[in-house]
Design a protein around this ligand. Structure first.
Ligand code: EPS
Length: 389
């Protein structure tokens, strides 16, 4: 059974839902495995008023019994507390009250193309689902993927490397899992403390100027076996699957694997990772320009994937737009908003990478019970001679 997930939910509707299908039975799960990631997604300097209302928790309604997965679909519900303030505007059923329509599409949001596509007169029909609130459901699904990956010896982390004009020094191959231990303590989830402070100031400046800011984050995964994904068919290439997963996150405009776009400007002799072999390490490389992927497959080195996020399109000083009812020039919808959500996007990036990697592990190692999957992993490690650093 392939691992697949779906989400449902509008930003100010009653709740978000996530359904994840394809986990093995017997995985040990605790509520905090999910709620911890949901809480991490809500952190970060630059969030707006909504985060004071929400305090996300996942209610598991199927697929788990007494703290273990059953092998059946896991469904989770994350309530929107703000729904209490939107009951008339977002009620699934007709209401007596007059509900005002939204007619002012925001440049950079799904608003205009969405109403054109579905033939809506009310932009709210689009913006509610296009909202990045949906990422809470992805993170809940990703948390389950992460629990399975942990059983397979894999850990996934993230950190922010740029916010607006402030870039942290490049760390390339130097980062180890222990370096991520305190990353959630930085208000912008940046490992370098000097850059972290400068990023906070950059966000404060932007907020005062009614601006929003984008940035770049990196997701890293450790403990991967070589050979996940495949070179034989385009859709099996893991770099392509990871790129789609990252680009599917709201507001992403770029994705990189390893040193990404920088590799394009290097001569070949500096761009690739030379191969060595020793008795105790087996095959190894001393560099990781490739970000742990060659030929659409993992190499066994840490996976490095980055995502570039544009500044949020909801602005407190709105851009020019057009009223979709009157066709008159107007200012775009002005709403409560965040000024920067790159730290949260990095946590969503972790979830999406975890879901892709978990799917690749499920494909390669199968198993109805998690112990079957672990036994298949052990057999593969023996056969391939792969030794973890
Ligand atoms: C969002 C707008 C804001 C964000 C929201 C995404 O919500 P509101 O319109 O209620 O102020 O807070 O993000 C979340 C609610 C969340 O959980 O991340 C948007 O338009 O995309």
């Amino acid at each position: 059974m392939p691992l697949r997930f779906t989400t449902a939910g509008e930003s100010h509707g009653p709740a978000l839902t996530a359904v994840l299908e394809g986990l093995p039975a017997g995985l040990e799960l605790r509520p905090e495995d999910i709620d911890r990631d949901l809480a991490r997604r809500q952190l970060g300097h630059g969030r707006g008023g909504r985060m004071k209302i929400e305090s996300d928790r996942a209610e598991v309604t199927s697929g788990v019994r007494h703290g273990r997965t059953l092998g059946s679909p896991v469904a989770m519900r994350v309530a929107n507390r703000d729904y209490a303030n939107w009951e008339e505007r977002m009620n699934p059923w007709p209401v007596e009250a007059e509900v005002a329509e939204v007619h002012l599409p925001r440049p950079g949001h799904a608003d205009l193309a969405g109403v054109q596509k579905y033939g809506f007169a009310d932009v709210r029909n689009v913006l509610e689902r296009a909202s990045a609130r949906e990422t809470a459901a992805r993170v809940a699904a990703g948390a389950l993927a992460r629990v399975y990956l942990r059983a397979m010896g894999v850990a996934v982390y993230s950190h922010v490397t740029r916010i607006g004009s402030i870039a942290a020094p490049a760390l390339n191959g130097a980062l180890r899992p222990a370096d991520f231990a305190a990353v959630d303590e930085s208000p912008v989830r940046c490992i370098d403390s000097e850059s972290s402070a400068a990023m906070v100031e950059e966000i404060n400046r932007a907020r005062k100027a009614n601006e929003s800011l984008g940035g770049v984050y990196e997701v890293r995964a450790y403990g991967l076996v070589p050979g996940l994904g495949s070179y034989v068919s385009w859709e099996d290439r893991l770099d392509g699957r990871l790129a789609q997963a990252i680009m599917s996150i709201q507001a992403m405009k770029g994705v990189g694997v390893g040193e990404g776009f920088e590799l394009a400007s290097l001569p070949g002799s500096h761009a690739h990772d030379e191969i060595f072999w020793s008795d105790d390490r087996g095959f190894y490389r001393e560099t990781n320009h490739a970000g742990g992927l060659e030929g659409g497959m993992t190499t066994g080195d840490p996976l490095v994937v980055s995502g570039a996020m544009k500044p949020l399109p909801t602005l407190t000083k709105p851009l020019r737009s057009v009223d979709i009812a009157t066709k008159e020039p107007a200012q775009a919808l002005r709403e409560r908003t965040d000024s920067c959500t790159v730290p949260a996007a990095a946590v969503v990036g972790e979830a999406m990478v975890a879901l892709v990697l978990a799917a690749a592990y499920r494909e390669k190692f199968g198993g109805d019970h998690v112990d079957d999957a672990v036994a298949a992993l052990r057999a593969y490690r023996e056969r391939s001679g792969w030794k973890q650093d």
